[in-house]
Design a protein around this ligand. Structure first.
Ligand SMILES: Cc1cc2nc3c(=O)[nH]c(=O)nc-3n(C[C@H](O)[C@H](O)[C@H](O)COP(=O)(O)O)c2cc1C
Length: 176
């Protein structure tokens, strides 16, 4: 990718992946991006769980009613957690780490999609975060914000269209 602006234009959510695994180097680079994400007061309240096991990916795909199914077909998922007691802005910190990893994946030519877990429920109305905490042995002080599904793209998506940017949402000087 020749520039950052080209990268952010190119990045679209990928929900269909090939069977090809990620290399250890690719996984390391994606995790490095998460670990280099900025956080409030430099507290780095996030932690990441890398999941490659197909059975576990299938269970994660069922962790909420809508929008998690794609996790079943990804090569690897990064479950993004944060220590809710360590930072009052853990949501922001974990969100930034999530998107950093997505952008790094794009730069490697890989596809990714965010699966929202915080404030979501399963088909049986159970809390998705609680379900995943049980599945992955996550201690009580950590909550799950998102799961980033990753893999080699099995679908072509058009880059974002600059002609469609919502410039009306940008206000100069005052909101008027
Ligand atoms: C906070 C957040 C939560 C999201 N949750 C989901 C989700 O649970 N499942 C899903 O398939 N996509 C999810 N997405 C992806 C969005 O649907 C997607 O980014 C949006 O439709 C724009 O499309 P694009 O990423 O291709 O540009 C989420 C994205 C964000 C930023």
């Amino acid at each position: 990718m020749e520039s950052f602006s080209a990268l952010i234009k190119q990045r679209r959510s990928t929900r269909k992946f090939t069977e090809e695994a990620l290399t250890p180097e690719q996984v390391e680079m994606i995790l490095k991006a998460g670990l280099m994400a900025p956080s409030s007061k430099g507290k780095n309240p996030w932690e990441f769980i890398v999941v490659e096991d197909k059975d576990m990916l299938r269970l994660l795909a069922g962790s909420k009613e809508h929008g998690a199914g794609f996790l079943e077909g990804c090569a690897l998922a990064v479950v993004v957690l944060a220590n809710t007691m360590e930072s009052d802005v853990w949501i922001e910190d974990a969100a930034i780490a999530s998107i950093y990893m997505q952008l790094q994946a794009e730069e490697l030519g890989l596809g990714s999609c965010w699966c929202q877990i915080r404030n979501r429920v399963t088909a049986e109305e159970a809390d998705s975060n609680e379900l995943i905490r049980r599945l992955l042995n996550i201690p009580y002080q950590l909550d799950v914000l998102s799961i980033i599904g990753l893999g080699h793209k099995a679908q072509e998506r058009k880059p974002l269209d600059e002609e469609k940017l919502q410039w009306e949402k940008v206000h100069i000087g005052k909101y008027e």
